[in-house]
Design a binder for this molecule. Structure first.
Ligand code: PEP
Length: 252
């Protein structure tokens, strides 16, 4: 039985004041959740505030990225896994499509970030997904397989026993266009089969999240699919009531 997971990716949003309010509202609602693991991924600069606000709760913290080098040193602008640990992070998002598209992160760099997260004792959330053009060309599975295989090549299949994959079709991120539950399920099932070809036990335990315009109103039908184990939530994670509604859908 895979424990459902809902992670909020706040991206580059928030102020000290808005985050305090969001967490205040979230904490009250999150206390009644039973099963689902809830994670928030704030911008790096707010990690200390979030750590302080969540210390007496079960809500966990993740980072939106991580340096691919484990060692401290001359890596201007990067944040290491050790630093993230110090600020209470349990998870680290790697390979988000915005990092891949806007900052040119390659499959190989994403794989190294995945490895760095594991080396620091963090659980990587590996984001994969196709663009609209790739879907229309019928190459969704090839793209997703390539993104996963780059990590398998570096880290081996056993690494996925301590990792999460988030399937996020790029055309559904921040667009209001959600994949249908069946479209999402088809790719999730493909991902699980791809992992199972190498290790059936790892595939069975692997949590695969769906991300792309998930809201309170469409979460239940997505979470009901057999290979969808939770969500990676962007826009809706900035509104406590929406985010909690998604968490509740994953909880039941
Ligand atoms: C995301 O950025 O990971 C995401 C899924 O965004 P949104 O929920 O806003 O589509």
């Amino acid at each position: 039985m895979r424990r459902p997971l809902v992670a909020g990716n706040w991206k580059m949003n928030g102020t000290k004041a808005s985050i305090a309010q969001l967490l205040g509202e979230m904490k009250a609602g999150a206390a009644s959740l039973q099963q689902v693991e809830v994670v928030v991924c704030p911008p790096f600069v707010y990690l200390a505030d979030v750590q302080g606000a969540l210390q007496d709760t079960t809500v966990l913290i993740g980072s939106q990225n991580i340096c691919d080098s484990a060692a401290a040193g001359a890596f201007t602008g990067e944040v290491s896994g050790e630093m993230l640990q110090e600020f209470g992070c349990r998870y680290a998002i790697v390979g988000h499509s915005e990092r891949r598209a806007l900052y040119g992160e390659s499959d190989e760099l994403v794989a190294r970030r995945f490895a760095a997260a594991r080396a620091a004792g963090l659980i990587p959330i590996l984001c994969v997904g196709e663009t609209l053009e790739e879907r229309e060309q019928g190459i969704t599975e090839q793209v997703v397989a390539r993104q996963i295989d780059a990590v398998v090549a570096l880290e081996g299949i056993a690494a996925f026993a301590q990792a999460v994959i988030a399937y996020e079709p790029v055309w559904a991120i921040g667009t209001g266009k959600t994949a249908t539950p069946q479209q999402a399920q088809d790719v999730h099932a493909f991902i699980r089969r791809r992992i199972a070809e190498r290790d059936a036990g790892v595939a069975d335990g692997l949590r695969i999240l769906y991300g792309g315009s998930v809201k309170g109103s469409n979460a239940a039908e997505l979470m009901a699919m057999s290979d969808i184990d939770g969500g990676l939530i962007g826009g809706a994670s900035l509104k406590a009531d929406e985010f909690l509604a998604i968490c509740k859908a994953a909880d039941s």
